[in-house]
Design a binder for this molecule. Structure first.
Ligand code: URA
Ligand code: CA
Length: 433
């Protein structure tokens, strides 16, 4: 087989076979296929698209390029959740203990944050002592005992995706549905999930700006999940504003704890019920989404979910006293309010730009090597639809520096206030098979 013939085949809109896709991914991972040929193929895929069969062959080839995590010694159906990109997305921190408290095993592998998206690992590490380096056996034992644990992603998970993603980034081929779908699903499959719940975000700052594109991506991932033998469901959610009120690592842990106490922001709480219900159904702990939601509401209101969080923190060596005294982890030196310059109704909070503002404060990484500051971030007081008066605080900036002019400017540029109230949208659609 020659790469040049396969590039030509895709360029002319023909379908690549499983053997051909295995050859391409194998060759690209081991370095025998150079970047310039892979770049040409990526651009051909971008223009010619792929069939569902092709995408599932590509996905499995990428999953098989590295370690495949074996979770079979954990009892029950393991359901993983993945968001295609959120800002201030605190759902995993709430969902892990919430669904575990109704008996769904959560064996979560998470990554660190990069750019304007935060990472679940960084957020958990805001809890003093919380340890995300567990041996495989410790991880499995904890999930079998307590139903929930979170660890750092194995270094050799879908290495083909790591290489391809970096190449796509510099060849203008990131926003291609077959390439995004295979990238996400290859990692989920390699991470060992039996079933997958996807949160496909849409709006400014999301990969899919357009709802129809987001639906097409969701349907594609649901179908390839099925072809790979992993039941998959997707929620199309709106990212016209960050989810919840907190953006930043410690702030989001506190937001998660508040939510588990039943005092969380309404949008975040609702999103956790919607995604959590899907997880409970896929894990076969309930027959219908309504029944699943009832179980989750009960777990939250009775305090069972919060107790599960406490157990999780304890299992992983964290200081559980912060659950009762959350102010202990809010240690930024300065809390600075951002007053509204005009009155009216909030119509838009550009999520990725607000994520960048939090990153500039030190909450996120510009490059993989950067250190982060867990204490800093942003807490929104006004969200889409809220009325504001001149001088009222739009948000609090938690900072360890007083030099925040650039951050304030960026925030003002990305918070829109208009004359007419606007209804916020949380969920556009739910895609099942
Ligand atoms: N997230 C991923 O992991 N891959 C993509 O291609 C896009 C979003
Ligand atoms: Ca949040």
């Amino acid at each position: 087989m020659r790469m040049v013939d396969l590039i030509e085949k895709k360029r002319d809109g023909k379908v690549l076979s499983k053997e051909e896709l295995d050859f391409i991914i194998g060759g690209y991972t081991d370095g025998s296929i150079p970047d310039y040929q892979m770049s040409a193929l990526l651009m051909a895929i971008f223009y010619q698209d792929m069939t569902d069969e092709e995408i599932s062959h590509l996905t499995l080839a990428m999953a098989n390029s590295g370690d495949i995590i074996d979770l079979s010694s954990i009892d029950g159906i393991k359901v993983d959740k993945h968001s295609t990109g959120g800002v201030g997305d605190t759902t995993t921190l709430v969902l892990a203990p919430l669904v575990a408290s109704v008996g769904v095993p959560v064996a979560k592998m998470s990554g660190r944050g990069l750019g304007f998206t935060g990472g679940t690992l960084d957020k958990f590490e805001s809890i003093p002592g919380f340890k995300i380096e567990l041996s495989d056996q410790e991880f499995i034992d904890i999930v079998n005992k307590s139903k929930v644990a979170v660890i750092g992603q194995s270094g050799n998970l879908a290495p083909a995706d790591k290489k391809l993603y970096a190449l796509r980034d510099v060849t203008a081929t990131v926003d291609s549905i077959p390439l995004i779908a295979s990238s996400i699903m290859s990692k989920k499959i390699a991470a060992g999930a039996d079933a997958i719940v996807l949160d496909v975000t849409t709006g400014d700052g999301a990969f899919m700006k357009d709802i129809e594109d987001a639906k097409r991506l969701a349907k594609t991932m649901v179908r390839i999940g099925k072809l790979a033998g992993r039941q998959t469901m997707a929620v199309i959610s709106d990212m016209s504003e960050p989810l919840g009120e907190a953006i930043g690592n410690s702030l989001e842990i506190v937001e998660a704890i508040d939510t588990l106490k039943g005092n969380g922001p309404a949008d975040l709480t609702e999103m956790c019920y919607v995604l959590g219900s899907q997880m409970v159904v896929l894990a076969k702990k309930a027959e219908t989404l309504e029944e699943a939601r009832g179980m989750l509401e009960e777990a939250l209101h009775s305090g069972k979910a919060l107790e599960k969080f406490r157990e999780m923190v304890k299992d992983q060596g964290g200081d559980t006293s912060v659950i009762d005294q959350t102010e202990k982890i809010l240690t930024a030196k300065y809390e600075i309010e951002l007053p509204a310059k005009t009155s009216g109704y909030v119509t838009k909070l550009v999520a990725n730009e607000i994520g960048i503002a939090a990153m500039l404060l030190g909450a996120g990484r510009k490059t993989k090597e950067d250190d982060i500051d867990h204490a800093v971030g942003i807490k929104l007081h006004k969200k889409i639809g809220d009325k504001v008066a001149v001088g009222e605080s739009l948000l609090t900036i938690y900072s360890n520096s007083k030099e925040i002019d650039a951050v304030e400017k960026l925030l003002y540029q990305n918070i829109f206030i208009g004359d007419t109230p606007k209804e916020p949208i949380l969920i556009h659609d739910i895609i099942t098979e």
